[in-house]
Design a protein around this ligand. Structure first.
Ligand code: FMN
Ligand code: SF4
Ligand code: SF4
Length: 275
């Protein structure tokens, strides 16, 4: 645990106690001498590094980890709820992409967004392997298509083909049903001994998908790509995930010419209210 560097600017603090009340592990208190907030002596290891103390202060008086509260994005910039619902309802799984790289500015925006995603116990033990160049994506694609062509010719009962039985006809036609012709892929991996390795990658990619589609970028969750990476360890090795990290899920993305002029009409989700 690095030093918290918790600092209250006493010229701004109005002693409202909001930072103390919102600290989930309750490691803050009013200093009995100065009467300003401080970290309870010896309680530093309990900090989850959530920065709620910095975020909640009405006077921007709290610095922690050397972060200046004035540098935060404003907290009142929440979009219209109808726009949020429209984004959720109109997000689609895109399986048609232009064979070209996304512009660099948009790609960088997508990558930078990932620091804001929530993680269990705020561990942020995630790592993202990005395929930034369509040529690299093509080499993954071509490798798999070559291997599949070999299986179709010599080993039609190969477990890889059996597992993807319903795509056999499309494989025979040489269609890229796995990577969907996408120019980019992101693989979200979690540290295996982190608190929530099964969930954090999926949550991160959920945020990624919505932000991408708000920017007009197509995305598709791709269990087939994850299954393929797991089946061909030499491809997984090419991702060079850090030691101790495991791929959690894959998302394909990129520029798409496809537009859906209306949302789908799914049935209501199953639910009940517990008495
Ligand atoms: C998979 C997952 C599990 C979580 N479980 C809990 C929990 O059991 N109790 C809780 O208070 N917060 C829980 N959280 C919330 C995180 O602690 C929180 O995201 C983190 O402290 C950062 O705060 P923020 O979401 O306000 O940025 C969970 C978050 C995730 C993503
Ligand atoms: S970062 Fe979070 S856990 Fe740490 S002192 Fe601030 S509010 Fe408490
Ligand atoms: S939230 Fe800000 S103003 Fe309120 S007690 Fe904490 S530091 Fe002071």
């Amino acid at each position: 645990m690095t030093e918290l560097k918790f600092h209250v600017d006493e010229s701004k603090c109005i002693r409202c106690g909001a930072c103390i009340r919102d600290c989930a592990p309750a490691i803050l208190e009013f200093d009995p001498d100065s009467e300003y907030p401080r970290v309870i002596p010896g309680a530093e290891p309990g900090c989850t590094r959530c920065q709620h103390c910095l975020a909640v202060c009405p006077r921007a008086a709290v610095e922690i980890f050397g972060r200046d509260p004035e540098e935060s994005l404003p907290g009142n910039a929440v979009p219209d709820p109808d726009e949020i619902l429209s984004l959720i309802a109109n997000r689609r799984s895109f399986r048609s992409y232009r064979h070209e790289n996304l512009d660099r500015v948009t790609l960088d925006k997508l990558k930078d967004m990932l620091r804001f995603v929530p993680t269990g116990v705020n561990a942020h033990s995630l790592h993202f392997a990005f395929i930034d160049e369509v040529e690299v994506m093509d080499s993954f694609r071509n490798y798999v298509m070559d291997r599949v062509a070999g299986m179709l010719a010599e080993d039609p009962d190969n477990p890889f083909l059996s597992r993807m039985e319903r795509y056999r006809r499309q494989f025979i036609e040489g269609r890229d049903v796995i990577f969907r012709g996408a120019p980019h892929m992101v693989v979200a991996a979690a540290k295996e001994d982190s608190p929530c390795p099964a969930y954090d990658p999926v949550i991160a990619l959920s945020y990624f998908e919505l932000y991408a589609q708000s920017l007009g970028v197509g995305t598709v969750w791709c269990g087939l790509a994850l299954g393929t990476l797991n089946y061909f360890p030499e491809l997984m090795a090419r991702l060079k995930l850090p030691e101790g990290y495991k791929a959690g899920y894959c998302m394909l993305f990129g520029p798409t010419g496809l537009r859906y002029p209306r949302a789908t009409q799914p049935d209501p989700a199953g639910m009940h209210s517990v008495e």
